[in-house]
Design a binder for this molecule. Structure first.
Ligand code: NAD
Length: 316
């Protein structure tokens, strides 16, 4: 029998890519979101518009004998958003997460996936050795988004124990790729830098911080492969999904400039940079056979032209 899958957040960046992959794999998918995907039509067999903060709408979304639920819906954005919308994140994402896991339990869902984040980890110094999943405790995330994710992880694990739901929790690294938000204040660093470089006519762009913060980024196709590998594994505990390629923000700007074939001089200005460094282990997810295919340069070579094209359409 074909498995019935529910994807919450199916109108968003990662959720829309995940839905398309699940449909290609032969599953029956209902997508749920406040909105349909912005750039291309969802391949989901059903798409339901619902506000998952509302218990009755969450109950309707979860009814329909779904075997598996993927919960990616969140009030979400890059550092600019995370630092300016603390109460929205705490209220909206928490209501969504509690409603969806509670309705999954009431509906006898067999397996439940939660999208968490490496923002659950504390700030790190550059060069510190890797944190593994258990090092999320004692907890000290540097923003409320990370605290909300930790609470959501704990809620899913508690429901899993009490109702016998098989749980999968992925802590995503920063993800980028086509159809990710690139304008409007919720965009993340790779998309923001692509847009600024595409817009630049004098070789100058403004970027937050001093360029020394260290990050790693995962291309959306690789992340979706990692989600599927985790879901098919028997790993019930929170698991990091990312790459081992670390770059400074300054190097990120240079990689995008190379892809764009432009000479760029960043002007470093003050702004919400987030942590100084992230360096966490991918040993657990790699034990499933997962290995990212795209280097940052290869992923940006696909993402930059997509953002450049969006910008041309936007300005025309
Ligand atoms: P996104 O904003 O593109 O997708 C989230 C979706 O949730 C949006 O389509 C939004 O409309 C929907 N949503 C918000 N409130 C809702 C509500 N009340 N009811 C129904 N739907 C609602 O974000 P994304 O980048 O695709 O992220 C997906 C998940 O992965 C999120 O949980 C996010 O926290 C997590 N994550 C993302 C990244 C990243 O780099 N993109 C990194 C770590 C974790």
């Amino acid at each position: 029998m074909i498995k019935r899958i529910l994807v919450c957040g199916a109108g968003g960046f990662i959720g829309s890519h995940l839905v398309n992959k699940l449909v290609e794999e032969g599953f029956y998918v209902r997508g749920v979101d406040l909105k349909e995907p912005e750039w291309s039509k969802s391949k989901a067999q059903e798409f339901m518009l619902a506000d998952l903060r509302e218990t009755d709408q969450a109950a309707e979304a979860l009814s329909g004998d779904f075997d598996h639920v993927y919960q990616l819906a969140a009030d979400m954005g890059g550092m600019g958003f995370i630092h300016s919308a603390e109460t929205e994140i705490m209220r909206n994402s928490m209501l969504i997460n509690l409603n969806v896991i509670d309705q999954a339990a009431r509906n006898g869902v067999e397996k439940y996936f939660l999208a968490s984040s490496v923002c659950v980890y504390r700030d790190m110094q550059i060069g510190e050795s890797e944190l593994s999943e258990i090092d999320a405790y004692p907890a000290n995330p540097d923003n409320e988004y990370g605290w909300e994710k930790l609470y959501a992880e704990r809620a899913v694990l508690a429901y899993g124990r009490e109702f016998g739901i098989s749980t999968r929790i992925a802590r995503f690294q920063n993800c980028y790729g086509p159809e990710g938000t690139w304008l409007g204040g919720r965009e993340k660093a790779p998309a923001a830098i692509c847009r600024k470089i595409a817009e630049s006519t004098n070789g100058q762009i403004e970027a937050w911080g001093d360029g020394t913060a260290v990050r790693s980024f995962i291309f959306v196709d690789d992340l979706v492969t990692g989600i599927r590998k985790l879901m098919e594994s028997d790993i019930e505990e929170p698991t990091n999904i990312g790459t081992r390629e670390y770059v400074s923000v300054q190097e990120l700007v240079q990689i995008v400039a190379n892809v764009a074939d432009k000479k760029i001089e960043p002007q470093w200005i003050s702004g919400p940079v987030g942590v100084q460094s992230r360096n966490f282990s991918n040993d657990v997810i790699e034990s499933t056979g997962f290995k990212p295919i795209y280097s940052l340069a290869a992923g940006l070579a696909i993402t930059y032209p997509w953002i450049e094209e969006q910008l041309l359409t936007f300005n025309s």
